[in-house]
Write a protein that binds this ligand. Structure first.
Ligand SMILES: Nc1ncnc2c1ncn2[C@@H]1O[C@H](COP(=O)(O)OP(=O)(O)OP(=O)(O)O)[C@@H](O)[C@H]1O
Ligand SMILES: [Mg+2]
Length: 338
């Protein structure tokens, strides 16, 4: 089993590198899947995918390559179907509070990414590459589910769900406000009907939340296992030192290690020495300058991170966008030779 997580700032090539990494796994003979948590769905154009939310086989490539988009609502619905107490699935899925939570909780994307990884593993995918969205809060994808898991293990949350079950079981829902101070206060703020709805919902939903927390913990453990999970920082030459510094530090804080620093879109190719005049000469001069500055930036990353244990991989700028099998194959070949 192998999980590869590609991280980076906006527009540096995370989606392209993720797809090329998964292609590499597929071409080595394993079934591989690239999961994009990025709502911009660029993976669809990079891989030429059809509409549709479930896993799909990528056409026109060599190897058993699959792709999946992270659909937050579908992922949550599947978690409900898998974990609700028997007979309560529909009640939950059609509950007003459920629809409200599913559509309005900010950060649901990050909460569901780990869940989707776990679902994909249970669908038989053992080699998963995760293309993360550029996030203001880096690594929320890893932090939020584990925070949720900790929270749901906390005594207070357990107490609320138990208390409510007790109240429900005793038919005490209409007891006076002062009897249950917590609910009374919540009622003042939210109104009695909504509180009752939320509590009712929670008593249905808590097995799903507990199972979710349990899986987030297990998937979290897989992510902590360096024999399973690899982190790739994707960046471009001019941002490379700053990005590599920042992401390696963020990973280190969580006891993860960056396995690869992938410097994408490097202008390395020398121009031929044909004589040039006028505008062509100016453009060639400009290209040479940019190329020199890319080489200097790459040398600095190599010097700075030489002993860090991170492999440094340089990917050249392609002549065109990464938008199909050939471009992907080119990136994959470059990745292979790192
Ligand atoms: N090596 C490359 N050569 C040429 N174009 C590239 C290369 N890598 C990426 N691109 C192009 O750069 C653009 C951004 O790439 P990509 O979508 O993979 O980045 P991203 O980091 O996933 O972006 P976002 O943060 O918006 O999700 C795309 O148009 C892609 O085709
Ligand atoms: Mg992307």
């Amino acid at each position: 089993m192998k999980i590869t997580i590609c991280l980076g700032t906006g527009g540096v090539g995370k989606t392209s590198v993720s797809a090329a990494t998964a292609l590499s796994l597929a071409r080595s003979g394993t079934r591989a899947l690239v999961l994009t948590t990025d709502p911009s769905l660029r993976l669809k154009t990079a891989l030429g995918l059809k509409e549709g939310l479930t896993e799909q086989r990528v056409p026109n490539v060599e190897g058993d390559l699959w792709a999946a988009l992270l659909d937050v609502n579908e992922t949550l619905d599947e978690a409900v179907r898998m974990n609700a107490r028997r007979g309560t699935e529909e009640q939950i899925l059609t509950h007003d509070v459920y629809r409200m939570i599913a559509s309005s909780l900010s950060g649901m994307n990050e909460l569901m990414a780990l869940e989707r990884i776990s679902q994909l593993m249970s669908h038989g995918f053992q080699n998963i590459v995760v293309d993360t969205a550029p996030s203001r809060h880096v690594l929320d994808v890893l932090d939020k589910p584990l925070l949720f898991a900790d929270l749901s293990a906390s005594r207070r949350v357990k107490l609320v769900s138990r208390t409510y079950k007790f109240v429900e079981a005793m038919g005490l829902m209409n007891i006076g406000r002062n009897a249950l101070e917590v609910y009374a206060r919540a009622e003042e703020i939210l109104g009695g009907k909504l509180v009752k709805q939320i509590l009712e919902f929670y008593s249905l939903f808590y097995p799903v939340a507990e199972a979710y927390a349990d899986r987030a913990r297990k998937t979290g453990e897989l992510l902590r296992d360096p024999s399973v999970t690899e982190f790739r920082i994707v960046t471009t030459p001019h941002k490379a030192v700053r990005d590599a510094d920042f992401f390696t530090a963020e990973l280190r804080k969580r006891n993860f290690r960056a396995n690869m620093i992938c410097i994408n879109r490097a202008w390395l190719r020398p121009l031929d020495d044909a004589p040039r005049e006028g505008l062509a000469k100016d453009i060639a001069g400009w290209y040479e300058n940019v190329s020199l500055s890319h080489k200097a930036a790459i040398a600095k990353v190599k010097a700075t991170f030489a002993g860090s244990g991170s492999k440094i991989c340089i990917l050249e700028e392609l002549a065109r966008d990464v938008d199909g099998a050939d471009a992907l194959r080119n990136l994959e070949t470059q990745l292979q030779s790192c």
